[in-house]
Write a protein that binds this ligand. Structure first.
Ligand SMILES: Cc1ncc(COP(=O)(O)OP(=O)(O)O)c(N)n1
Ligand SMILES: Cc1ncsc1CCOP(=O)(O)O
Ligand SMILES: [Mg+2]
Length: 530
């Protein structure tokens, strides 16, 4: 990251437990390059040494069990991991030993309140087609309950689930079966081949179990993550890079679903800039933390009645026909969020150009009257009044805009809102939710909560300035972006430094002795701060 204040003070430590690829494109070599490119300190536990080039695997030799044990024990006390990636395990004894070691270690980490995500890439075959491990005979069940994610490609999924994958539904069933078998989330990669996994796009299948830190509505859900296919022969080390990137991003404190979409964007960018150092398949370039929205996947929730991935061509067509939500003229400005219409009027008088009425009690007998008054005041003061949650009343009384959370989207009718020409603001709490929000082409996206807040009980942890900076570098210029949560005069400068367009505040105004003076001071400070 460019901003000094957003740099992590210490790089998070990430371990790769994998095999050496003497050709340099995959294995430990790809893992170390990826981890350091994604601002992590990489440690390695080598399971096997391969004599390998881009065209052949000449020899695979496992390290001794004593060496495996010694690497793990030596690292753990001095360089404990924030996340672990596991790649090539060349024989069953290594799986059995590592699973036992991790089970013991996880119990001790858990006692100290530490969660270490573990990502397993069940490597079996090199890109040139030669076997690296005796895949058919490896049993990964000792890892049951220890993993955060397993990332098989289509052929590995077929072996692990012991089934033919002839249709999309068969792939989904196999991934769900594997998820149950190992009690872990599964990312089944369709990038290489596969029935109906499409030629023009790469569709990966994410089956989530109970993922820590994500919205309740995304737990136990399955998703298609689709990207334009990058037609490159230089795909050696793609799986190693993906799983290392997921571990690195999680080590920075991002939730699993975020790490997956960032890692997918990282791999896409690496494939586009890939190169061929030998005469066989080349390898991925290292292109740093992804900031180009084009490289991030399109996300589609899989339901019982709709299991097909979204065709990106159909998505583009639908988008063109559907159009965007109303665009905001100029900037939102300092955006107060208030619970009553009296304060709303005071702040409009003080000069608020965007404001939200957030009445959380849907059974309040004065709800509709308050909404009618707030909308009328917005017209009087020529300001944008957004109504939180109550989208039907907002349509009925022709509000300027509506603000909805990701959960609210399930019960609302975006088509009706668009047809009524009502602006839409959407909340997001992660990369994953930003991508989901962006797919609706709203009028703005709010990122939160940035700092701890007492205004609302939040299901997620405060995002902090480092994550906010990363979200901003992804979304700046795409749509107006607003930060919310715990923002006040003292924090204004550090928030502004991230480049976010605007800020939304509750307590900084509602708890002020003089809300008019507080608004004026904060508004001026936000406008003046560079
Ligand atoms: C500007 C802005 N950002 C976020 C929110 C939160 O909306 P939501 O997630 O729907 O939660 P509730 O406000 O409904 O509790 C917001 N209201 N405004
Ligand atoms: C409604 C909401 N959504 C995310 S944070 C938040 C509350 C922000 O309130 P405050 O500015 O008082 O921390
Ligand atoms: Mg809401």
């Amino acid at each position: 990251m460019a901003n000094a204040h957003t740099l992590p003070v210490r790089l998070p430590v990430v371990w790769t437990i994998a095999g050496s690829d003497s050709g340099g494109g995959a294995g430990i070599q790809a893992d170390l390059a990826t981890m350091s490119d994604l601002d992590a300190h990489a440690c390695s536990v080598i399971t096997a040494v391969t004599a390998q080039s881009s065209v052949t695997v000449a020899l695979v030799e496992s390290v001794s069990s004593q060496m495996l044990k010694s690497q793990l024990d030596t690292l753990v006390s001095d360089l404990p991991p924030a996340a672990i990636k596991i790649g090539l395990l060349a024989e069953q004894a290594q799986i059995d030993y590592l699973a036992k070691w991790l089970a013991k270690q996880q119990a001790s980490w858990r006692q100290s309140g530490i969660v270490v995500p573990i990502i397993l890439d069940p490597v079996m075959v090199a890109t040139c087609g030669d076997a690296l491990a005796n895949g058919g005979r490896l049993d990964f069940t000792p890892f049951k309950g220890l993993l955060t994610l397993i990332t098989p490609n289509v052929s590995e999924l077929a072996i692990l689930a012991a089934t033919e994958l002839e249709s999309v539904d068969a792939c989904i069933s196999a991934a769900k079966q594997l998820s149950e078998q190992l009690s872990t989330s599964v990312l089944a990669k369709g990038g290489d081949l596969g029935p109906a996994w499409c030629q023009h796009q790469a569709n990966d299948l994410l089956v989530c179990t109970d993922v820590e830190g994500i919205s309740d509505k995304h737990q136990w859900q399955s998703f298609w993550l689709s990207s334009h296919r990058v037609n490159s022969q230089n795909s050696h080390g793609t799986g190693c890079t993906l799983s290392s990137a997921i571990a690195s991003v999680m080590a920075h404190g991002f939730v699993l679903n975020d790490a997956i979409v960032v890692a997918k964007a990282y791999v896409n960018a690496g494939l586009i800039a890939s190169y061929q150092p030998g005469s066989g398949p080349g390898c991925l370039a290292r292109t740093a933390w992804p900031k180009d929205l084009q490289q991030f996947p399109y996300i589609k929730v899989i339901t019982a009645s709709d299991t097909e991935p979204m065709s990106l061509a159909a998505w583009e067509l639908m988008n063109n026909q559907r159009g965007d939500f109303k665009q905001i003229d100029g900037t939102l400005g300092l955006y107060p969020v208030v619970a009553d219409v009296e304060l709303l009027q005071i702040l409009l008088k003080a000069g608020a150009k965007t404001i939200q009425l957030r009445v959380k009690d849907a059974s309040s007998p004065t709800l509709e009257a308050q909404i009618i008054k707030a909308i009328a005041l917005g017209r009087d003061y020529q300001s944008r009044v957004f109504i939180n949650d109550h989208w039907q009343l907002a349509i009925k009384h022709q509000a300027y805009g509506v603000h909805l959370g990701q959960e609210d989207l399930l019960d609302s009718n975006l088509k009706q809102l668009r047809e009524a020409d009502i602006a839409l603001g959407l909340s997001s709490h992660s990369y994953f939710e930003i991508l989901l929000a962006k797919q609706h082409q709203p009028s703005y996206i709010a990122f939160g909560h940035i700092f701890p807040t007492t205004t609302k009980q939040m299901p997620s942890l405060p995002q902090g300035l480092e994550k906010l900076s990363r979200y901003v570098s992804l979304m700046k210029g795409e749509l107006p972006i607003v930060a919310i949560g715990g923002i006040d005069a003292a924090r204004l400068r550090s928030v502004k430094a991230t480049g976010v367009d605007d800020i939304a505040v509750v307590r900084a105004l509602t708890e002020a002795d003089d809300p008019t003076a507080a608004f004026t001071a904060l508004n001026r400070a936000w406008a003046d701060e560079k």
